[in-house]
Write a protein that binds this ligand. Structure first.
Ligand SMILES: [Zn+2]
Length: 324
């Protein structure tokens, strides 16, 4: 099995890992990379070092719909006819991506974020944003949908599909119990916390779903973490514990900011520190400001579910939070 790091166009994440697993009749790739010329060149040269070519890729098992994971699987399928599989929970996101990417103007693309009160930021972001629909040719249906609990035989490995909604609604991870490996996609990342709350078809409580999917990892024996971004590490459980602690701290910090009088998700996001480096909101680029606002709304909504905050919506659809 081989880890191949493929390039990305934006600077936030330097690479996406694709894992190539040898089967009897060719290669199975877990995740596909971002459909870019330089990414395909890197994939071709990496496969050549292993004695393979693009045409040897029989199957892509894609962890989720984001373009750095899905779009190159579709592009390679177009060339060599590989089979592409994706979690069934991505159906709604894919339908919206396919529909919106075919419209020349996309005024409703970010409308679900209006309730955060980030009116001025959204006005600046006309038609952009990571994780959101881009060129129409990037989005096509997979050949098959993966279901929670399903098993995929890859050579002598048996991979179990585990649905892990949160980062996206249809995110799945692949567990190789015999070898003690977890192909984690973006669900468990060793060095960063995956975004929640920014999807083409937003779910009502993405952070609640994500936290539940993190706790689900404790129901598996601990495994080696094979993430889609960053290095391989030895313990899924250790990282899940860190991620749960991180979100508990963010929930507490968000509640504390509301207690000082910030009322909308945008106002709370402005007051919180961001990234490992504790940056000010204003020092983030626009894509990351958008992620930060969506992330903040997701935390505030969990605080409402936990009855630590109350909320109400004004006639313009903007949601205001208050200490319960
Ligand atoms: Zn990713």
């Amino acid at each position: 099995m081989h880890r191949i790091a493929l390039p990305l166009p934006n600077d936030g994440l330097r690479a996406v890992n694709v894992y190539a697993v040898q089967a009897e009749d060719g290669l199975v790739l877990i995740d596909g990379g971002w459909a870019l010329a330089e990414s395909e060149q890197r994939l071709v040269s990496s496969l050549a070092e292993l004695g393979f070519g693009l045409g040897d890729i029989t199957t892509f098992l894609v962890t989720h719909l984001h373009r750095d994971h899905y779009t190159q699987a579709v592009a390679v399928r177009r060339k060599v006819g590989s089979h592409v599989s994706l979690g069934i929970g991505e159906q709604a996101n894919l339908q919206v991506a396919m529909r919106l990417s075919r419209q020349p103007l996309r005024p409703d693309r970010l409308s679900h974020l209006l309730r955060t009160g980030a009116t001025e930021l959204l006005a600046r972001l006309q038609g952009g944003g990571i994780g959101l629909p881009g060129p129409a040719r990037d989005w096509e249906l997979p050949d098959s949908w993966l279901h929670d609990g399903g098993r995929v035989q890859v050579g002598n490995r048996c991979l179990r599909v585990i649905a892990t909604p949160g980062h996206t609604q249809g995110h799945v991870v692949f567990h190789d119990a015999d070898a003690g490996l977890l192909f984690a996609g973006d669900h468990v990342l060793p060095q960063i916390t995956p975004s929640v709350g920014l999807e083409a078809a937003p779910a009502p409580f993405p952070l609640r779903d994500y936290l539940d999917s993190l706790r689900l990892m404790f129901e598996l024996p601990d495994a080696v973490l094979l993430p889609a971004h960053g290095p391989v590490t030895t313990s899924v459980h250790r990282r899940v514990t860190e991620l749960l602690t991180h979100h508990e701290n963010r929930l507490a910090a968000s509640a504390a900011v509301v207690a000082t009088g910030a009322a909308t998700a945008y106002q709370v996001a402005l007051a919180l520190p961001w990234t490992r480096h504790e940056k000010a909101f204003a020092d983030l680029d626009q894509d990351n400001q958008l992620l930060a606002v969506a992330e903040t709304a997701a935390h505030l909504d969990v605080l409402v579910l936990q009855r630590r905050l109350g909320s109400s919506t004004d006639p313009d659809g903007i949601e205001y939070y208050r200490t319960a």
